[in-house]
Ligand binder design. Structure first.
Ligand code: AKG
Length: 280
């Protein structure tokens, strides 16, 4: 069952990712982007907020981050601030991402996240009782959009056995110039390398990152509206955006809740259990 054809499933199973062009219409993209414009407009930038960095993840993870699992929270780019601590550019161009419960709390993002085209995809991938465990609106701002270092999503959102899949929707064209995704094709077959663990002292990885050869990565350049499906064990990354155009994306991470267990030492510890997208 589900909406992927055998060729698409074969590509996903062998490569660890899949691009679905024109997954979202221009209208849908416009509504997601304008809703985010509105959320930024309403956000009180004098209130608490954190920086998000994958190169300094341990130092920048705090209560604001932990609590964002069930909220709509705003994270700054590491390079948004000058030496005097003030923003170097307009606040709207200083945010790295908004997360991690847009899919639950905001009707526009919820509507996309629970759409039949999304659930049909998960059904194709064999999900029995999937939940969206986190959502992120990622800006990859012009000039300062931070890099996302090579990682596997199962490291951060671990079930036993692992079941995470990323659904990454391009809200703008993503190119090698503005910081598109890169991945090592087939790397998901080697399994999970390490975990990101939360304990009393904060968060840490249980092992250092292997070093990866940049020659092994392929760029995943896509048009706005394309969806990139990412296997939870696929090694992927994105570089800094040094160009003058942004690269917005809306990213969902899904795990199963049937036939596996959400482990207690994940960074996300929900107070309220997530609603399944469907149960079969
Ligand atoms: C993810 O959503 O898992 C990513 O790695 C996103 C990286 C990016 O958008 O640059």
């Amino acid at each position: 069952s589900g909406n992927l054809n055998p060729d698409q499933l074969e590509f996903f199973n062998s490569q660890g990712y899949l691009v679905l062009d024109s997954f979202s219409s221009a209208d849908e993209i416009r509504s997601l982007r304008s809703r985010m414009d509105q959320l930024l407009e309403e956000f009180d930038f004098s209130s608490q907020a954190s920086i998000f960095s994958t190169t300094n993840q341990q130092q920048t993870t705090d209560d604001y981050f932990f609590e964002s699992a069930e909220k709509i929270s705003f994270f700054f780019e590491e390079k948004a601030f000058g030496d005097d601590g003030s923003l170097k550019q307009p606040k709207q161009l200083s945010i790295n991402k908004v997360g991690h419960a847009l899919h639950e709390l905001d009707p526009t993002f919820k509507s996309f996240s629970t759409s039949e085209k999304a659930t049909g995809l998960l059904s194709s991938l064999g999900y029995k009782r999937p939940i969206v465990i986190q959502s992120m609106y990622i800006f990859k701002q012009p000039g300062i959009g931070g890099e996302v270092v090579p990682h596997q999503d199962n490291s951060f959102l671990y079930t036993y056995p692992p079941t995470c899949t990323g659904l990454w929707l391009a809200l703008e064209d993503a190119t090698v110039t503005n910081g598109c995704l890169w991945a090592i094709p087939g790397s998901h077959k080697a399994g999970l390398v390490r975990r990101f663990i939360r304990d009393e002292t904060g968060v840490h990885f249980d092992k250092p990152s292997p070093s990866y050869d940049q020659k092994d990565f392929v760029s995943i350049e896509v048009k706005a509206g394309a969806l990139v499906v990412i296997h939870g064990d696929l090694i992927h990354q994105s570089f800094e955006n040094k160009s003058s155009t942004s690269r917005h994306a809306y990213s969902l991470h899904v795990v199963d809740t049937d036939g596996c267990k959400w482990v207690d030492d994940n960074w996300i510890r929900r107070k309220v259990e997530a609603e399944p997208l469907y149960a079969s």
